[in-house]
Design a protein around this ligand. Structure first.
Ligand SMILES: Nc1nc2c(ncn2[C@@H]2O[C@H](COP(=O)(O)OP(=O)(O)O)[C@@H](O)[C@H]2O)c(=O)[nH]1
Ligand SMILES: [Mg+2]
Length: 395
């Protein structure tokens, strides 16, 4: 039987669409086809795709006043800061080379390395080889690192076993808990930082992609900024179920610490990922990804933060749960600081596996413009920048 030509064409088109549908289903385990380097569908407009320049305002440029080791330099009281293990030397050198190439060879801010055991001679020698700036190597005092006396070891083992069963990474590794606590409430108390106000936290193995041609610390100071971030994420709610209830307890006793221009909306959003908010008992889990931080330590040294940290520390969640310094810092900033003093460094190209901040700028090399992750496509859900932009803005 003859079939009319238009019907044959339609039939062929239907078969093609069906084949494409089946292919899409199996390509990427039911996820949309590869989104690498593309805007995820839930993000209305990713500002990272817009051309990015330097922030506004007078900026301090490289000059002979930033030469290493000179008296009365243009540098302010600031340091690059790394908590790192001797075994991570290669990763540290790689991160240092990136930051020196893109920024610090122009400004020569000192590096300060922290460790819970002494640094090896090899670590000291090789890190000094990749910078002209001064390097300081600091041992963490025992009382800043050791597990506090009120933590019950049996309870720790029990609770972390449960966390581990729930898939919480590093839950059973006590040093990870100690590290999170140290980064939350101890680093800025180290005597070596007593005269230092600003820090830029750098982890081994991170990457920096873009030339930055102004003194970032001076930018913070001149613009009255407390904290700068690049990446803004959701957290694993099961690592912090009691963090928000414990925070609310604190707020009930210290309502006066809440800043009138706070970022509570960002901290408590339940529109974008309601199940996260529910599992974290009222906290959106949105946080600044603190492996990158440029901050003013006076905030951490304030009475409000000190009281808050002590309250959390006493509650035990750094050990019985896996409270990270990222949500702890972020909640404190979101509650006690003026949100206009928190700055998104959109111009600093950055990666810590598996996430990126990759601006659209001729100053950047080595990352894909606007790419948020090079991991599995489900990781796009972890991006909390849309909420920050919605409630606070892009400044
Ligand atoms: N000295 C020292 N540094 C640590 C220890 N645990 C973690 N760190 C450092 O703390 C930072 C965060 O640790 P990392 O393993 O990168 O955690 P992740 O980024 O959450 O996967 C890195 O700079 C590590 O080098 C530790 O036990 N001793
Ligand atoms: Mg890391």
């Amino acid at each position: 039987m003859a079939v009319a030509r238009p019907v044959r064409v339609l039939g062929l088109a239907a078969v093609m669409i069906w084949i494409f549908f089946i292919y899409s289903l199996f390509n990427g385990k039911g996820q949309p086809p590869n989104l690498k380097g593309k805007t995820p569908p839930s993000f209305e407009h990713d500002p990272m795709l817009d051309p990015t320049g330097e922030p506004e305002g007078p900026l301090h440029r490289a000059s002979e006043l930033y030469a290493p080791g000179i008296q009365n330099s243009a540098r302010i009281n600031a340091t690059l800061l790394s908590l790192v293990r001797n075994e991570e030397l290669e990763g540290m050198l790689q991160a240092m080379r990136d930051l020196e190439r893109t920024w610090n060879h122009k400004f020569n801010y000192p590096w300060t390395f922290f460790n819970d055991v002494p640094f090896t001679e090899e670590f000291k020698k090789r890190t000094q080889e990749v910078t002209k700036a001064q390097c300081n190597y600091e041992l963490i005092p025992k009382e800043h690192w050791e597990v506090p006396s009120w933590i019950n070891n049996d309870l720790f083992l029990e609770s972390t076993k449960v966390l581990k069963e729930q898939g919480i990474q590093y839950a059973d590794k006590i040093s990870y808990h100690q590290m999170c606590r140290w980064n939350s409430g101890m680093f800025y108390k180290h005597p070596a930082l007593a005269n230092t106000q600003y820090y830029w936290r750098v982890e081994p193995k991170v990457h920096f992609f873009c030339d930055v041609d102004y003194d970032v610390f001076r930018y913070m100071q001149d613009n009255n900024k407390t904290y700068g971030f690049t990446i803004n994420l959701y957290d694993a709610p099961k690592s912090i179920p009691k963090l928000w209830p414990t925070t609310l307890e604190f707020l009930a006793e210290h309502a006066g610490y809440l800043h009138e221009n706070n970022a509570l909306d960002w901290l408590t959003d339940k529109v974008r990922r309601p199940e996260h908010n529910e599992k974290a008992n009222g906290y959106s889990t949105c946080h600044f990804w603190s492996n990158f931080e440029i901050g003013d330590m006076n905030f951490w040294r304030s009475k409000a933060y000190e009281d808050y940290f002590n309250h959390l520390d006493r509650a035990g969640g750094f050990f019985y749960e896996r409270w990270g310094d990222a949500p702890v810092h972020s909640i404190a900033l979101g509650l006690f600081e003026d949100k206009s003093r928190i700055h998104w460094f959109r111009d600093i190209g950055y990666q810590h596996i598996p996430f990126f901040n990759c601006p659209n700028s001729p100053k950047c090399k080595g990352c894909v413009t606007g790419r948020f992750t090079d991991g599995e496509s489900f990781l796009y859900k972890e991006d909390c920048r849309p909420n920050w932009f919605k409630y606070v803005g892009q400044g």
